[in-house]
Design a protein around this ligand. Structure first.
Ligand code: G3I
Ligand code: 9MR
Ligand code: ZN
Length: 549
């Protein structure tokens, strides 16, 4: 940490975007050089000082004026940065890679060499699953969907949230539907589905299998314990379906209602099936007004995805169903949950509010459905104000450190990069409500952090950036014989909680941003999940759209 470093976004910048590098040593001036080593820009360095997230005594180099397309490096004090590009398509490869990861995480059919190259593998987890609570009952086919993460579990709430991030991006921003990332074509009413919708359909089809005839939704399907580090097709343990939860019923109802609004233009029959299933789960929720929470049963140990409340989930379902059908009962139901969501509760573990966004709090997704209605009412104006207020808070937080990063010390827990994704999604929505350069700059700084402008000098996206992390806690990557993981995987990121044994390898009292190891064993720092990739699909779709204007 004592070496002289120049931290910056190792992928690059859009020509009209704000551009910054951070030096951890004093310098008066910096230069930007092109691929031929020629100086193309020179500017003054300003001293920011030390902050409480990184511990870096930051010196800032800004070069917004550099707009000519090219590949560059920043130089100062005899130090040369990683390279980066300036171009209208600076994030094209990243955008495709982030989306293609969902294909690489597909469970069930196996990945062919045509689409997966060296990461091809055989069919997996396609045996029948039995209820954990009643293992003698007939087996059920729940094959398909995406592996959740570094493990091979498939969890209904996590899957619904990841699909939703992507489908909200499709609803808000046109560009995502034009993105191609080489996956098998899926026919629809008028030709083939856009790649992004074909990929989301793979998970939605699985969620339809997790959705029961009575409207209940199995909380998860997995083996009893996590598999060893083997390829997916070698993980042959019995698959169990774990008890339904109200969070699963609500999240799945919500994502089906949202998906209905997208797929109705492509595959009318499929869309109707989704909406009917959404209504059925909603009816099941109405018949179960008390929370049906989930805890791992004794003698089992895969991902729990436990939540302490289900109101944010019920709110999301009601809002999404309202947006899909415009039936007033759903809107009044949603309004009914807001007293709980909006109450001040400083000591809450997961604070939902109207902007809640994570794998557990999902009220922010419901609020996005309300914004998509284009209607005006009291609830929608409160939603708008809450998003703008949260975005303003992020802008303010970003002034407190040299990285211009909208993260507080308390944001660096397990999956901190999703916390970053949450802030950037809120800023992206705020920029739709009231376009502002302040919001766009905060989004850019957040992307910069993810892509290398951080105290670790690491890009948290595999294959994107000269110094990208490359040892994700991801079973296929650890078990295959390919040197590099596939590109586009987002690491969980720094975690001051250090919940796995490798945390002890780091010195105590590190600033939160430095609590990270690029080690395969480090699941609390360096795992990947579908819902850590999906927020950045939303954010990139948004930044491209915003910078076009
Ligand atoms: O939200 C609170 C925050 O308010 C508080 O300040 C902070 C400090 O303690 O904690 C925050 O809660 C954290 C929570 O994640 C937030 O999402 C918990 O500490 C943290 O332990 C919890 O970690 C979760 C982890 O499972 C352990 O339960 C991760 O979010 C979650 O992504 C992860 O999920 C696993 C699956 O179970 C299995 N598959 C892989 C996946 C990723 O590692
Ligand atoms: O690989 C598992 C990862 O997906 C989970 O997030 C993590 C926490 O539940 O657990 C990992 O599995 C470890 C297990 O919990 C304990 N034995 C070692 C496993 C691999 O590191
Ligand atoms: Zn599988």
């Amino acid at each position: 940490m004592n070496t002289k470093n120049i931290y910056l976004d190792q992928v690059g910048f859009l020509p009209k975007g704000s551009k910054r590098a951070v030096l951890n040593f004093p310098a008066k001036e910096f230069a930007v050089t092109d691929a031929a080593g020629q100086e193309v820009y020179r500017g003054a360095v300003t001293h920011f000082g030390t902050d409480d997230i990184s511990g870096v005594d930051a010196y800032v180099a800004e070069f917004d004026e550099l707009q000519a397309p090219g590949t560059y490096r920043v130089q100062a004090g005899g130090v040369t940065s990683a390279s980066f590009t300036v171009s209208d398509g600076a994030y094209d490869g990243l955008f495709r890679d982030l989306c293609k990861c969902f294909y690489f995480l597909r469970c069930g059919a196996g990945l062919s060499e045509e689409y997966a190259g060296p990461y091809a593998h055989g069919a997996c987890h396609d045996t029948l699953a039995v209820p954990f609570a009643d293992p003698e009952a007939p087996g059920i086919d729940v094959s398909g969907g995406w592996h959740d993460a570094g493990d091979y579990g498939r969890y209904s709430t996590a899957g619904a949230v990841a699909v939703a991030h992507i489908l909200y991006a499709v609803r808000f921003f046109g560009n995502l539907k034009d993105l191609t990332f080489h996956i098998p074509a899926v026919p629809c009413d008028h030709g083939t589905l856009p790649d992004i919708l074909a990929e989301c359909k793979y998970e939605l089809d699985f969620l339809l299998k997790m959705h029961r005839e009575d409207g209940a939704v199995w909380h998860k399907v997995s083996t009893r314990y996590h598999a060893a580090f083997v390829m997916p097709e070698e993980d042959k343990g019995q698959l169990y379906l774990y008890d339904p939860s109200s969070m699963a019923a609500a999240d799945v109802a919500a994502v089906f209602a949202l998906a209905y609004t997208v797929y109705k233009d492509y595959d009318a029959a499929y869309a109707e099936r989704l909406l009917a299933a959404a209504r059925k789960s909603h009816a099941w929720l109405q018949a179960h007004p008390e929370p049906v929470l989930f805890k791992n049963p004794p003698d089992s140990g895969t991902g729990e995805y436990g939540e302490w409340e289900d109101i944010s989930n019920r709110y999301w379902a009601a809002c999404a169903l309202y947006e899909a059908t415009r039936e007033m009962t759903y809107l009044s139901e949603a309004e009914g949950y807001t007293a709980f969501l909006e109450q001040p509760m400083p000591d809450r573990r997961w604070v939902p509010s109207l902007t809640g966004m994570g794998w557990a709090p999902v009220s922010g997704l419901g609020s996005m459905s309300l914004l998509l209605t284009g209607e005006e009412n009291d609830l929608i104006s409160r939603v708008r104000e809450t998003f703008l207020k949260a975005a303003a808070d992020s802008v303010e937080t970003a002034t407190r450190n040299g990285f211009g990063l909208c993260m507080k010390p308390t944001d660096f827990f397990w999956g901190s990069n999703m916390e970053l994704g949450k802030h950037l999604m809120i800023l992206t929505v705020a920029n739709l409500l009231e376009p502002s350069e302040e919001y766009r700059t905060a989004i850019q700084r957040g992307l910069d952090y993810l892509l290398g402008c951080n105290a670790l000098d690491i890009s948290f996206v595999t294959g994107n950036g000269e110094r990208a992390f490359h040892n994700p806690h991801l079973r296929p990557t650890a078990a295959d014989d390919v040197e590099e993981p596939w590109p586009g995987l987002v690491s969980g990121g720094p975690n001051a909680g250090r919940q796995d044994v490798t945390g002890k390898e780091l010195p105590p009292n590190l600033p939160p941003m430095c609590c990270y190891l690029d080690k395969v064993e480090s699941y609390s720092f360096n795992e990947i999940t579908i819902y850590w990739n999906s927020p950045f699909v939303f954010v990139l779709a948004g930044i491209y759209e915003a910078m076009k204007q």
